[in-house]
Design a binder for this molecule. Structure first.
Ligand code: URA
Length: 246
């Protein structure tokens, strides 16, 4: 095991000896907030639909048209007024892995790319610990716009953005979805079950296997939970490797 790999594992809080028997080789496997559910939506922030972008229309868009549609989106008035830019997603369009987070933060809003701040650095280390470079996966978020002050996405904001993510998934056809954090997991699985109960098992998003793990921002605050995240990553990698997802 080379020194850099050891470094990534160290960032994950994993001892090198634990790995030898458990990690699939690279070729065998091809992901700040974790608050409680339940945002109420103030009436004055309720969104209108100024655009003729029905979910059916979005479901017919190709990748370029989808990207354009997202960058012009004003369905959530507050987010459209406060964002620097939309954050569509980044990575390999042929990737087997699709990592889905919550929403852009300040760094992502500034750079137009998901997971580029501190949480993103830990996400990169988590991926490398299972043998994946960031460029080998696709990374997106439930929301394409930054919620002001990094507040949690509102229910109707997630609903407005959902057709975009659904279309991204249909076009990318990933073989594994890694949902990072409570917001991503609950939105994708349409549940309010706590993340502690969602992780540790293989769910499905349509036909695609989906594994839930903790958000790297949460892991930065609670490094003692990295062990569980490591277990989740191995579950996802092993599921993919064994073809249980297909
Ligand atoms: N947190 C997320 O959930 N997504 C990002 O892109 C950045 C931080």
């Amino acid at each position: 095991m080379d020194a850099r790999r050891l470094q990534y594992l160290d960032a994950m809080g994993i001892q090198a000896w634990e790995l030898r028997a458990s990690v699939p080789a690279r070729d065998e496997v091809r992901g700040a907030r974790d608050a409680e559910p339940g945002d109420e939506v103030p009436a004055q922030l309720a969104t209108r639909n100024p655009q003729p972008a029905t979910p059916n229309e979005v479901a017919a868009l190709d990748w370029t048209a989808l990207q354009q549609r997202v960058s012009a989106c004003t369905l959530c008035e507050e987010l459209a007024a406060t964002r620097t830019q939309t954050v569509f997603g980044v990575g390999d369009h042929q990737a087997q892995w699709l990592v889905i987070g919550e929403a852009p933060g300040a760094d992502e809003d500034a750079q137009g790319e998901p997971f580029v701040g501190r949480a993103g650095q830990l996400l990169n280390a988590m991926l490398l610990a299972i043998g994946l470079k960031r460029e080998q996966v696709f990374i997106a978020n439930v929301l394409k716009c930054r919620p002001p002050g990094n507040r949690d996405p509102k229910t109707e904001e997630a609903a407005n953005c959902e057709p975009y993510l659904r279309r991204q998934i249909a076009l990318l056809q990933p073989r594994m979805i890694l949902a990072v954090g409570r917001i991503a997991a609950q939105n994708l699985l349409k549940t309010d079950t706590p993340i502690g109960k969602l992780r540790g098992q293989v769910h499905r998003y349509g036909e695609v296997p989906l594994v839930v793990t903790y958000h790297p921002a949460y892991l930065l605050r609670s490094p003692g939970e990295k062990r569980k995240a490591w277990d989740d990553l191995r579950l996802a990698a092993n599921t993919l490797q064994q073809g249980r997802g297909t």
